[in-house]
Design a binder for this molecule. Sequence first.
Ligand code: ADP
Ligand code: NI
Length: 252
Amino acid sequence: MKENARQYLTDDVSGKNLTKTSFYKEVFLFCSMDKQQVIKRTRAYVKKTLQGAEGGHDWFHIERVYHNALLIARGEEVNLFIVELGALLHDIADSKFHDGNEQIGPQKAAAFLQSLEIDEEITDHIVKIIKNISFKSSLDHKGSQKFNSPEFRVVQDADRLDAIGAIGIARAFNYGGFKNRLMYDPDILPKLEQDKESYKKSKAPTINHFYEKLLLLKDKMNTRTGKKIAKERHVFMEQFLQQFYAEWEGKV
Ligand code: ADP
Ligand code: NI
């Protein structure tokens, strides 16, 4: 990409004899067009790679996270290009579907970005977002976060919003079904204090996942917009659980 940009500059300055202002305007146009092109190609790559993925971790999940990220980013000072690419590539190879391998996602994303000749610093940043975004990785280093940046905080909130509320409920039961888990067993209690390994190994009923992750997210949000939306979605999940137990016990 840099090569092309440099080429564009030399050709145009010598060829058209641009004034300084229109020269920068042209450069800006070139760069922004190029970024749009990168986003377009990334979308196509992710869509293709996730064909046939489990319903909660498919292209539509990515598209929702992408839209959440754009919405949250409006209230934050961030490099939007990094946010967009981070959101699009964050689940390119989720370890849950790759025998627990946590390297493959970041590696795949890095290789793809390198193939588009994206700036090394930007690629590094996006890879760090992907490595650290997941809930289980937050169980790894309680309190102190391994990596943080304004862009990371936006993408993480965008992903977390898709894990809660109506969509969050649907995704949890879809994943539970995919793994052939029970919906609920009153005798199997949720594990409220879990480390990363035990979280990864859990085969507990889907309702337990609400207590082990989904209901904890509201207080882990990073951004103002993220916190506000999470609060509303949290209330919806609590109402769902009340109704679920009432129906389970034949009380409604
Ligand atoms: P990450 O660590 O990438 O955030 P999670 O393992 O928390 O990933 O899962 C992401 C989504 O997958 C959850 O929000 C939920 O929808 C679904 N999921 C994961 N584990 C479970 C589970 N044990 N029961 C039900 N749904 C799950
Ligand atoms: Ni995700």
